[in-house]
Design a protein around this ligand. Sequence first.
Ligand code: GLN
Length: 216
Amino acid sequence: MVTAASTADSSAAQPLIGVLALQGDVREHQKVLSACGARTRRVRTAGDLADIDALVIPGGESTTMSKLAVDFGVIEPLRTARAAGLPMYGSCAGMIMLADRLEGGRPDQQTIGGIDMVVRRNAFGRQIDSFEADIAMDQLDGPPVKAVFIRAPWVDSVGPGVDVLGRVESDPEHAGPAGRIVAVRQGSLLATSFHPELTGDHRIHEYFVAMVRDAG
Ligand code: GLN
């Protein structure tokens, strides 16, 4: 028999995590989330947001994602869900979507916002299209994360309520990115400049799923 209590238990154990599926590497995030014990749903419309426990915003192209979010009428519902406390994790273009302020955005580019930070689009890409670095993250057990950056943003600055989770370490060959902030958390919002869904290291997604369980 399924009781209310057991239903609540199973949704805490196996949260339903939406993946914004307007554009970008949706399937890769779904695979990793499933491996972390979550159920997933593709989110394209306001209706798809009903009942989800959290949302992942994938990498892709933030100007296109922004335009589609406006065209699909989902940008305001996303802002409302975020303001109501829905946990969200944004990777790369997804980080851009969670930024309160952008450098290098298009004039008409919309974000969901929520993280008090300035994100600089294509920050790595001006010098190098793709870049890999080990990022030490105290919140994760084990070795540093091998981070893959693809035409990635970085975070220029954060407000007082934002925890910096990871920075690019000093590297004499790549002075530009050295010290730059590439992973942040503000309350129930998490963002990385890099793409953990592409490396087989599930620790960032596990960390997010644990955030979602805690919030539930
Ligand atoms: N450069 C892209 C943008 O500005 C982000 C790249 C990515 O998500 N891999 O949206």
